[in-house]
Design a protein around this ligand. Structure first.
Ligand SMILES: [Zn+2]
Length: 469
């Protein structure tokens, strides 16, 4: 008989910090540089060299840890994690093991707070590339600062894992401490997964999943692994403690290595680096200056400004877009601004080429009926192309919407005269024919007539004819 099993997932996220130079030397962190050009005796681990700590990496790490509501170790230090692997030039990785920068944090996704076990700094390893059957090692990545975030095993479905990662990525993008580019490897995620019955202890035999290069892949790998483990357990088997990779082509996990023996990394504190000492006042000031987070912004938009959830999600997806939206919303009704951005401007890079006040100006002119919405969009287009002020464009083009009654009356008469068959349609009961007539009137006025007044005039003229007929 098969048992209902629940999934227990913990995530380990590695984030490359957006510093210009590496963690312990002055080599560049540029992504696209030719292989092994961003290297020096320090990051290549030559004997006799000494590391010196990148202050900015610590600052970014502190921002990350504080943003995740962690407690901060005012004194933390680095350790050596000893193991042999070809991409590790020193034979050890410098990481924070005994005293992480931050611990005991939380991160909110939707209505749930997920516990963060720890946040610590470490250096990246080099990269192994397989080219034409050869193994080539690129040490450009060796020594790039990483922030590792370890969650408690509290995630209970592939969907939850994906949402967590999406929100976490957005959070780091708003902090501006990483590019968070999964394709370029500046955001990487491993997952520990095991299955258990409700109320059962967490199994020590967790399977670690690696090589997932998108959030979609993480979700798929967890789903596959959940089914695989459930099947084994339901057939009376045992799950082995192992590391498995994700094969995106076959949509399967596969065995990478066993963890049966457990690796002894012989950790000890790094003798070449002093401890990282932080003053409480400094930590407080970093905390006080954290940029406003996406969740906070969205809450304000939806609750105070009454922006729809869907529009808010579109606006929040990129920080420059969100900031441009907020600035524009200082000068025009936020709901209108949100609608304009969503309907007309998503294909552009933000901040837009025109100042927020100018976009607001166009929106307001449409709002008070000075411009038709069609003409408003044209003004926007021209403002983006020419960088001219909306007022100037409208003056030059003579696009001010006309509400002059005499002008509109003349146009309406003309339309009625020229389109007897449409009028007949309307009089014989096809009410929608009036839209056709409004369209024709707008065309004659080159979009300048106030469409609401045109509609009103047409309706009353048609009514007259109805009564006379
Ligand atoms: Zn270097």
């Amino acid at each position: 008989m098969s048992r209902a099993l629940g999934m227990v997932v913990g995530l380990e996220i590695h984030l490359q910090l957006k510093t210009n130079s590496k963690m312990f030397c002055s080599c560049s962190t540029e992504f696209a540089a030719p292989a092994n050009t961003n290297t020096c005796p320090i990051c290549l681990g030559w004997p006799g060299t000494l590391p010196s700590l990148n202050q900015r990496a610590v600052f970014f790490g502190l921002q990350g840890a504080l943003g995740l509501n962690c407690d901060i170790n005012l004194e933390s230090w680095f350790d050596r994690k000893n193991y042999f692997y070809p991409d590790l030039p020193k034979g050890y990785q410098i990481t924070q093991y005994q005293k992480p920068l931050g611990y005991n944090g939380t991160f909110r996704v939707g209505k749930k707070d997920f516990a963060i076990q720890k946040v610590h700094l470490e250096e990246d390893a080099g990269k192994i590339n397989y080219i034409n059957g050869n193994m080539e090692i690129d040490f450009n990545r060796a020594g790039i600062p990483l922030l590792e975030i370890v969650t408690e095993p509290e995630i209970s479905s592939p969907e939850q894992a994906r949402n967590f990662l999406r929100e976490l990525r957005l959070f780091f993008l708003y902090l501006e401490i990483s590019d968070c580019n999964m394709q370029e490897g500046s955001l990487r995620c491993d997952a520990n997964i095991s299955m258990r019955k409700v109320g059962e202890e967490l199994s020590p035999n967790q399977v670690e999943l690696k090589n997932m290069n998108s959030f979609q892949a993480v979700a798929r790998a967890l789903e596959y692994e959940g089914k695989r483990q459930s099947k084994i357990l339901n057939e009376g088997g045992l799950i082995k403690r192992e590391t498995r990779g994700w094969d995106g082509g076959k949509q399967k996990t596969y065995f990478l290595r066993s963890k049966e023996q457990g690796v002894d990394y012989r950790y000890f504190s790094e003798p070449d680096l002093p401890p990282v000492l932080l003053k409480q006042e400094f930590v407080n000031s970093v905390m006080g200056n954290l940029p406003r987070q996406p969740v906070e912004r969205q809450k304000k938009w939806t609750e105070e400004w009454e922006i729809g959830e869907e529009e808010a999600a579109v606006l929040i997806a990129q920080k420059p877009r969100a900031e441009y939206f907020e600035k524009t919303a200082c000068f025009a009704p936020p709901q209108e601004v949100a609608k304009w951005i969503k309907e007309n401007l998503l294909q552009f890079d933000f901040p837009l080429e025109i100042p927020p006040e100018d976009l607001a100006d166009i929106i307001n002119r449409v709002g008070v009926g000075e411009l038709s919405s069609t003409k408003g969009k044209e003004v926007l287009q021209l403002a983006l192309e020419t960088r001219k002020k909306p007022g100037e464009i409208i003056r030059e083009k003579g696009w001010k919407q006309v509400s002059d009654e005499e002008f509109i009356k003349q146009i309406v008469e003309k339309v009625l005269q020229e389109n007897p068959e449409v009028v007949q349609d309307y009089l014989s009961g096809k009410e929608k024919a009036i839209q056709n007539l409004i369209g024709k009137a707008m065309k004659i006025s080159e979009g300048r007539a106030n469409p609401r007044l045109v509609g009103n005039f047409l309706a009353s003229k048609l009514k007259e004819r109805e009564n006379n007929g």
